[in-house]
Design a protein around this ligand. Sequence first.
Ligand SMILES: NC(=O)c1ccc[n+]([C@@H]2O[C@H](COP(=O)([O-])OP(=O)(O)OC[C@H]3O[C@@H](n4cnc5c(N)ncnc54)[C@H](OP(=O)(O)O)[C@@H]3O)[C@@H](O)[C@H]2O)c1
Length: 290
Amino acid sequence: MKVLVLGSNGQLGRCVSDHLKNTDFKVTYTSREQIDITDLKKTENQILRTSPDVIINATAYTAVDKAEEDKKNANLVNHLAVKNIAEICNQLGCWLIHISTDYVFDGNAKTPYKENDKTNPLGVYGKTKLKGELAIQFSGCKHIIIRTAWVFSEYGNNFLKTMLRLGAERDEVNVICDQVGCPTYAQDIAKSIIAILPHINLEKDIQGIYHFCGDKPCTWNDFAKAIFSEAKSLGIRIPNSVKSINTIDYPTSAARPAYSILDCSKIKSYFGVNDSDWMLGVKTAVKRLI
Ligand SMILES: NC(=O)c1ccc[n+]([C@@H]2O[C@H](COP(=O)([O-])OP(=O)(O)OC[C@H]3O[C@@H](n4cnc5c(N)ncnc54)[C@H](OP(=O)(O)O)[C@@H]3O)[C@@H](O)[C@H]2O)c1
């Protein structure tokens, strides 16, 4: 099976590449330098030339706050370019594995979000990611959309790396305690994608949206404390105090959902994929960063 990875230099793209290296799939890895997905015609030509059986789209416009001012580019990357990729997949008869986000929801739920729950994104990032999902579904291409949340790893920019950086510089850090979610280790998302690949072409009814995230809900403040606890055990400098603050005390351009726990039972029942053990992920990522 021929696999084309788009966005192979991003946080998830690098994790997917780590895992694909240990498989027998014939893989083409492409970063923005090889395929800039916003160049629609060139992207089409390059995908047609590669003629993959599966495309894993790890690209995205992920700067949630910047997107509020930069709507056009966020929409181009997260929606219009995704629509183009989906239409090419449909033309080729190729599968598209695409990653989406908990930010398609407004966070007003009281129980974990299921795949069919009503979406209502609060900001530009979530709105453009939702438009990307809808464009894939509308294109008619064979697809798997994985919605995930609070992604961290040893790669790229993420909350874990920000906390370690702040911990090295400051005696006190302020971290939000009134948003609840499930941190997800990007290496576990990559593993879940690898677990899905063998099902492709064998089973017809697997198309659709799947939720995948960490196993234990927590607040950003709890997440920070777990990171510092692991860092401390490895002799890394941590702050003396991790202060709890509310969202209202830390204004950002984009609103975030206060509750973004995803119900991951569907991906488990279809593909035997377990939730991300995020505490183990924190241990692994921190160790890899030393
Ligand atoms: N990070 C999170 O907390 C989070 C939460 C929920 C869902 N997700 C979803 O998870 C997926 C992976 O996110 P991530 O954390 O790996 O993000 P990331 O580290 O920001 O990676 C995104 C990648 O997309 C690439 N890219 C952006 N525009 C492109 C373009 N025009 N052409 C080609 N490549 C382009 C970037 O390239 P450059 O490096 O050159 O900019 C980067 O390598 C995304 O779909 C995201 O929406 C992430």
